[in-house]
Design a protein around this ligand. Structure first.
Ligand code: PMP
Length: 351
């Protein structure tokens, strides 16, 4: 590797993806995947598209999919950007909108890829501590020097910020780009997409990995003012022409065309989340109010890492977080009925 890059990468501490067990014979509640399959219409669309046309490059600008997403949200095609997972869209956004020497703000704790990108692209950042109840302190995000980024709902806490509060942050950062990472918005939040025509400094980033069961297809998107989308296209075209394959593009399009299935899956996960939260509370856990497809919880008497290890021994994967500011927490993805039943059967033997 070149000296320049090896020196830079030494300073970045790369993001470490969640554990991906080699066998499917585990209960996987550690990376916030959807326990339900993609819509049957999505699977059909993939089968249909699996033909000789795979010899051809895909649309470099994802035209069909952008059109579908634009009409889904009542916007114009040039307000939509499609990327290879929202991680790619986030990386491009850091490059397009944030400058070295101008401090950007994001919460602590939050998505652990943000500091990685900031360091890689040499963008100064300041961590804004969450309040005692893990909400994002809105006023501390006013007048950022370089811009703002945060997930809504936040990850790994699941705590949602109201659209009114999101608007306050936008109004108090008129000259800077505010990025709302809505990876988990479909599990109970109100999307800021409806504000993009009103605020030209707003970029909303979403993913099809969670609520649309397509983590394996790698599709993410950004919605915003057309100037912001032009910025993203500039970066993308300087890195790679064809970021999404043909099958991912048709799968994503079919997903946006099956609203009934999408709503049903989200609703089922929300109900399962609420049930799981009450069961955890009954077992003595402190559980944050989550509007995502995961729960962030701690037990006064049981160590989070110990819990993680005990569950892993029994082939159940969760995540644990230990940091001075947050003490120690586990994050549990909401699985399907059977997974949650087994999870709780095992958990009751541990706590
Ligand atoms: N944002 C947040 C807050 C996430 O938790 C994740 C999933 N790790 C992503 C973005 C990236 O998701 P993907 O690249 O699968 O779209």
């Amino acid at each position: 590797m070149s000296k320049f890059w090896s020196k830079l990468l030494k300073q970045t501490d790369p993001y470490i993806p969640g554990e991906q067990p080699k066998t499917t014979k585990v209960i996987k509640l550690n990376t916030n995947e959807n326990p339900y399959p993609p819509s049957p219409k999505v699977l059909d669309a993939i089968k249909q598209a699996t033909d000789e046309s795979l010899r051809l490059y895909p649309s470099p600008t994802a035209d069909d999919l952008r059109e579908t997403v634009a009409s889904y949200y009542g916007l114009k095609d040039n307000q939509i950007f499609i990327g290879n997972g929202s991680d790619e869209v986030l990386a491009f956004s850091f490059m397009a909108f944030f400058n070295p020497g101008e401090k950007i703000l994001f919460p602590d704790i939050s998505y652990s890829f943000y500091p990685v990108y900031a360091k890689l692209f040499q963008i100064d950042y300041e961590l804004v501590e969450l309040t005692g109840d893990f909400t994002i302190p809105v006023e501390q995000f006013f007048n950022a020097k370089g811009g703002v980024i945060f997930p809504n709902p936040n990850a790994p806490t699941g705590v949602l910020l109201s659209l009114n509060d999101v608007e306050l942050i936008l109004q108090n950062n008129k000259e800077k780009v505010v990025i709302i990472d809505e990876a988990y918005i479909d599990f109970g939040g109100e999307s800021a997409v409806q504000l993009v025509d009103q605020y030209d400094n707003l970029l909303v980033i979403q993913t099809l990995s969670k609520s649309r069961s397509l983590a394996g297809m790698r599709v993410g998107l950004a919605v915003g003012n057309e100037n912001l989308i032009t910025g993203l296209n500039h970066i993308k075209n300087s890195v790679n022409s064809y970021t999404l394959d043909r099958l991912a593009l048709v799968a994503a399009k079919a997903s946006f065309e099956d609203e009934v299935y999408f709503k049903e899956v989200c609703e089922t996960i929300i109900q399962e989340r609420e049930k799981a939260a009450s069961t955890l509370r009954a077992l003595g856990f402190h559980v944050l109010q989550s509007q995502a497809n995961f729960l962030f919880a701690s037990h006064p008497k049981v160590d989070a890492e110990f819990l993680y290890e005990q569950l892993k021994e029994r082939n159940i994967f969760i995540r644990f977080f230990k940091k001075p500011k947050i003490d120690q927490y586990v994050r549990i993805t909401v699985g399907n009925r059977a997974d949650m039943q087994e999870f709780f059967d095992v958990l009751k033997e541990i706590v």
